[in-house]
Design a protein. Structure first.
Length: 352
């Protein structure tokens, strides 16, 4: 490890793993030659070829052995990555591999560490979802069972019909819950595979896509969408389709909790340090102390809209997950109930 770290401090070797091997091999090959030159120049052995041959042979064997040992030590990043990966696979132990080295082996260690951490987090989230699924399905099943028993005990046909309708409603809730659950898992896997890369995104194209998906909803509720932006193109690390998904979810949330005939604002702003995108409404708002609870999976704050629109409880959770995957932030603000809400997405700008 010390050999690899030491060579990594040398400028021309710091970013190339192969150069480290070649450098060690080059030095090792030339040690016998250097030793022989010193022997001939600084001693009186020119007339003793047998001694020169023996010295050359010994130096060659020693240099070869030392070179092989040093080359073996240079494989430390690969071997430690393999050991740590195997240890995680068998024992579930998360490694602590360095991320500071810039050559191919250093990138390998960094990627192994990041992949294990992301995989561990994803597995934990899936376990949480499985526990949540089993808990909620048990509640759905007990509701249907209780209603079925009530039907068996009821003698009034009208009441039997009411109970049957409640069973249908309960099973429909189960189906919606399962659909949302499956969608959540698929979306999380899709998000986890993508990597941040800065790209130029057109505000006009974003607005067109948003209007395609939510324009009808704005019209049906007689809501006005006001868009403001200070630049036509934004430099962002997030992919276009995922940003559209975030904005659609945030606007869907604003539509759902706005009163008919009110206004929703969509603002884009870029300066030297960050890009800010906000969605604000004049709707029912929320208690400021509950802002973080809005972003939990199947949030307990999930509620129906102003015109009884249904809520899945995963939209804002997915929005934050997408934004944070691309090194951004998403937070919610409100001055209180019935005082509107504002959701703000912030990304750092590309450093040149």
């Amino acid at each position: 490890m010390r050999l690899y770290k030491g060579l990594s401090t040398i400028g021309f070797l710091s970013k190339n793993y192969a150069f480290k091997f070649l450098f060690v091999a080059f030095v090792g090959i030339h040690v016998p030659l250097i030793g022989l030159i010193f022997l001939i120049v600084f001693s009186d052995v020119r007339e003793e070829p047998a001694l020169i041959l023996l010295f050359t042979l010994v130096m060659t064997l020693l240099a070869t052995a030392v070179t092989l040992i040093m080359l073996k030590k240079l494989t430390w990043p690969v071997s430690v990555s393999a050991r740590q990966l195997e240890n995680y696979r068998i024992n579930g132990v998360i490694p602590d591999l360095p991320r500071s080295f810039k050559d191919e082996a250093g990138i390998l260690m960094s990627n192994v560490q990041s992949t294990i951490e992301e995989n561990h987090a994803l597995n934990n989230e899936k376990l949480d979802l499985i526990y949540l699924l089993s808990h909620d399905l048990r509640n759905f099943a007990s509701n249907s069972q209780g209603l079925a028993m009530s039907i068996l005990e009821a003698s009034d046909r009208a009441r039997i019909g009411d109970y049957a309708r409640l069973i249908v409603e309960s099973t429909n809730q189960q189906f919606r819950f399962l659909e949302n659950f499956i969608k959540l898992i698929k979306d999380e896997e899709d998000i986890s595979r993508r990597l941040p890369v800065f790209r130029s995104i057109s505000v006009r194209d974003l607005i067109m896509e948003v209007n395609k998906e939510k324009g009808t909803d704005f019209s049906q509720k007689a809501l006005a969408l006001v868009v403001e932006n200070n630049k036509p193109q934004l430099q962002l690390p997030i992919e276009f389709d995922l940003l559209v998904r975030v904005l659609v979810n945030l606007l869907d949330n604003a539509i759902k909790f706005s009163e008919r005939g009110s206004c929703v604002r969509l603002n884009f702003f870029e300066d030297d340090s960050k890009v800010t995108i906000s969605v604000s409404d004049e709707g029912i708002g929320f208690d400021p102390s509950q802002a973080d609870a809005l972003f939990r999976k199947f949030s307990p704050m999930s509620r129906k809209g102003t015109e009884d629109e249904p809520s899945t409880g995963i939209g804002l959770y997915l929005c934050r997950k997408i934004v944070e995957k691309y090194d951004g932030q998403l937070f919610a603000e409100s001055k209180g109930p019935h005082k509107g809400a504002k959701f703000t997405v912030v990304f750092g700008t590309m450093k040149i």
